[in-house]
Design a protein around this ligand. Structure first.
Ligand code: GUN
Length: 292
């Protein structure tokens, strides 16, 4: 069994990005600028956004964090999105999800200019992804593609079972794995909470992408010997032994599943750090579009 180290891989790729950004600055090109909008006080969202900002600093990107109160109206938030759309210095920006219930997240996503939508959530980018056209790929699936690439994992002809059909992970992941690309050419089964014979399907999987948001959902009896298991789960569960008061739990029961795998990602330190790195790649590409 080989552990896929997302933390190290992310650092490696961020070092490469830092070198490219430094070279761009020498040539007089614009410093890539990522902005993030965070609404409210959700602890997990704050952690994710802070890590995005910190990663920008680490590799020489400019970053802006707009932290807004949970009471902000949809109209006010739309105004700020429009300001960011119009601000030429910002190459790409994200609105961290989830948003408070009184705000329609779909409406906000639609308001983001597709050219600046480095999360790849706008229907225009999703449509392009489905058609295999140049676009911003959603950060988590893109990060997983990069992880498989870095570990030289052959995916062609393999049966991938994706567990979870969210708009930001499961559904786009299933599309990317089926594409005719180096990481791709899989036969994909997309499963979800209503799938009846999930264990029967997961036992046939050469690759399992667990993205259902249920801690330790994937158990050893669901996994074929030699499978590649990618765990996207990041549920916070109370843990008094931790300084933060919680531990991050993946969707895979790691201790019993790992011995059966050829490759597996841990939580934390697997997919999570790659998501941020993928977002940085999208932002660099956004900045490059302005190069003359
Ligand atoms: N919430 C959970 N994951 C993400 C992500 O990748 N982007 C944004 N904007 N919000 C998220």
């Amino acid at each position: 069994m080989q552990l896929i180290d997302g933390k190290n891989t992310a650092e490696l790729l961020k070092n490469e990005l830092a070198i490219e950004v430094a070279a761009r600055k020498e040539k007089g090109f614009k410093t890539p600028h990522l902005a993030a909008i965070l609404v409210g006080e959700d602890g997990a969202s704050q952690t994710y956004v802070n890590s995005k900002v910190k990663s920008c600093e680490q590799i020489g990107f400019a970053s802006t964090l707009k932290h807004l109160p949970a009471t902000i109206s949809e109209e006010e938030l739309l105004k700020i999105v429009e300001e960011f759309n119009q601000n030429d210095d910002i190459d790409g920006f994200i609105v961290q999800l989830p948003l408070p219930n009184h705000i329609d997240a779909d409406k906000i996503t639609l308001a983001i200019s597709p050219e600046k939508d480095v999360d790849g959530f706008h229907p225009s980018n999703i449509g392009k992804m489905v058609l295999g056209l140049p676009c911003y790929l959603p950060a988590t699936p893109f990060g997983i593609v990069k992880l498989l690439e870095q570990y030289n994992i052959e995916t062609s002809g393999k049966h991938a079972v994706v567990i979870g059909r969210s708009n930001i992970v499961g559904s786009p992941m299933s599309i990317l794995l089926a594409r005719n690309e180096k990481v791709g050419n899989c036969t994909v089964t997309l499963t979800h909470s209503r799938t009846k014979n999930l264990k029967e399907l997961s036992l046939q999987a050469d690759i399992i992408i667990a993205a259902i948001g249920k801690p330790e959902f994937v158990t050893a009896d669901m996994v074929k010997k030699g499978a590649i298991v990618i765990d996207v789960g990041t549920t916070r569960v109370p843990d008094a032994s931790k300084k933060s008061g919680f531990a991050l739990k993946g969707d895979v029961k790691f201790d019993e599943v790992a011995p059966k795998c050829s490759f597996i990602t841990p939580v934390p330190g697997g997919v999570g750090p790659m998501t941020v790195t993928a977002l940085l790649f999208n932002t660099l590409n956004a900045a490059k579009k302005k190069d003359k």
